[in-house]
Design a protein around this ligand. Sequence first.
Ligand code: ADP
Ligand code: MG
Length: 615
Amino acid sequence: MSPDAPDGLVQTLPETLANQIAAGEVVQRPASVLKELLENSLDAGAREIAVVLRKAGSELVQVVDDGCGMGPRDAEACFGRHATSKLRAVEDLERLRTLGFRGEALASIAAVAQVELRTRRQGDAAGTLLRVEGGHVVERAPCAAPPGTSLAVRNVFFNVPARRNFLKSPATEYRHLLETFQCIALSHPDVAFTLVHDDHEVYRLPSSPAPFLEALAARVAALLGSRCEGALVPVQETTSYLSVRGVVGRPELARRARGEQFLFVNRRYVRHRGLEHAVTSAFEGLLAPEARPLFALFLELDPRHVDVNVHPTKTEVKFDDERGIYAVLRAVVKKALSDADLVPSLGDGHGEAAPVRTASFGARVAVPEPRVQATSSVRWATRSTEEGVPVAPGAGAVPAPRLGPIPSKAQPGPERAPTDDELDLAARPPVWQLHGRYLVSPIRSGMLVVDQRAAHERILYEHALTALEGGLAASQQLVFPVVTELSPADAVLLEELLPDLRSLGFAIEPFGRRTVKVHGVPADVRPGREQTILEEVLEQYRQYRDGLQLAGREGLARAFARRRAVRPGQALSEAEARALIDQLFACRNPHACPHGRPTMVRVSLEELERRFGRG
Ligand code: ADP
Ligand code: MG
C-alpha cells in the first residue's frame, strides 16, 4: 500500500444505518415482522394474542398481547441494538428457553418501518407510548393502556424503496403471514390467538384448558381443516435425554408436498430435513412413495444440546446428537402408529375410525359411484397397481383411468417435418406394452421404446400451455359438484391461479371464504380423481414453486401435467398405446418430458447385432 494512502476510512457505521443493514437479515418481509412480534409476546408470557394485518402486512402488522408489558425505561431501551432482557452472559446462551435472545429484532424493525409501541406493566398506573420511525424516536408520552403490549408496525421498508419493491404480490406476502401465524399458533395451543386481515376475522383460536395433546389436536384441526378431526394419532415418549410429544396424521392425511409438517424444538418452530425424514420413514409401508405425512411434533431437550444460534431467523438448529434423536423420533412415531390400531384416535366422533392399515389401503378398493357425465373415446384397460395408490384425503378408489381425447383445437400441431420414426409408425406396426411402463414398436432402423408416463406428461403439458395461452380446454360437468374446504394457504393460492385454472377446464366457484365448489374438471381427468384433482394440482404447483422456483403458467402447466399423467403400471390396450404415441409425435417437442427426461429411446438394429456379437 502506498504510504500516502488516506487514513481514517474505517469508521463505525452510524447506528441507524447499521440497524438498516442488520434489518436485512431479520426482516425479509412482513411475515418476518409478524414472527418476531409473536415470539416476543410469547416470551412475555402472553395468554392471549391478537394479530391485526392490513394490505397483506405491507400497511400494518400489529400484535397485541396481555403479557408482562414494559416500564417506560425498557420501552425505550428495547429499540436499541442488542437490547434484550433475556440474555446477560455467554453462559445464558446454553440455558436459553426464550424464543428471542439476540436483541436485534425490534431495533431492526424500527430501522425500516414506522413503529408504535404501547405498553404497560400490570402494577403501573400509566402506560408508555413510543413512536419510532426509521430508527428515530419521534414521540414519547405516557398513555392509557391495558396491561400488556401492543406493537404496530406500519409501512415496512418505507425508507428502503429497493426492498419495498422487492416484496412479492399481496397474495404471496399474505400466504407467508398465514404460514408464520400457523406455525406459532400451533407451537402454543394453550395460548389464545386471533387473526384479523383487512377487518376480516380469519382465525379465532380459543385457549384450551384440555391436556396438551388434546389441545394440540383441536388446534391442528382448527388451523389445517376439519379433515384432521379424528384422524390424528397421539405421540408421547420421554427419555432422560429427550421428550417427544405431539400428533401425527393418519396416512390418509398425507400429501405429496411437504406442506403440513411442523417440528418444534423447545417450543420453537424449526426446519430440519433429517428429522422430517425420521418421521416420514416411520410411516414406511403405509404411504405411497412420494407421500409426506402430516405431523406436529414437539421435541424438548436440554438447551445445552441444541444450537439455535445458527441463523438470525432461528429456524435452523443443530443438535449435538443428531443420530440419536433421529433414531428415537423414528421409533417413537413407529410405536404410536402401531398402537393406533388399538388406541382410539384423538377428538370426538371418529374415535372408532378404522385401524391405520385398513384406513390407508383397504378402504380404497371399492369403485365409487360414477360422478361424471363424460364421454371418452379411449379407456384404460385395467386399474393401476402399487403406484396408483392415492394419498390425498377422500381420494377414493383407484378406478380404471382414461387417457382422454385431446381436443384437436388445443392440440399443438407439429411444427417440424415428420421424422423417420413417425413415417415408420404411420405404417401402423404393432405396439406392445412392456411391464406397464414402456411401449415398444418396431421401426425401420430397429425399435422404438417410449416411456408412457413421460410421454403422457409431455402431451398434457403442451396441451395445458396451449389452453393457458388462450385456447380452450374441454371441461366435463360433474353431476354432483364437489365442495372442498381448502387450507388458508391453498385458498390464497387458488385466488391467484383462478383464471388460469379456469382456462385449464376447471369450473370453480368460490363458496365461502375457504370453501370452493367445483362444478367441472378438465375433460380427461380420470374418474375417481375429480374430488382431489384440484387440491393435487395446487399442491404440486406449490412444490414446484418452492422447490424449483417455477411459478406462473410454466409451473402450473407442469403441475397439471404431472398430476394427471398415467402412472407406471397402468395397462394400455393397443389402441390406447397407439393413441398415446400419435399424440406424442403431435407435440412441439416430443423427445423430452417437461422436466427434460427423454420420452423415447431408439434401439438400432446395429446395436442389437453388436450385442449379439454380430457387429
Ligand atoms: P429479543 O427478543 O431477542 O430479546 P427483541 O428486539 O425482539 O429482542 O426485543 C427486545 C426486548 O424488548 C426483549 O428482550 C423484551 O425485554 C422487550 N419486549 C419486546 N417485546 C415485548 C413484549 N411484547 N412484551 C414485553 N416485552 C417485550
Ligand atoms: Mg424477540
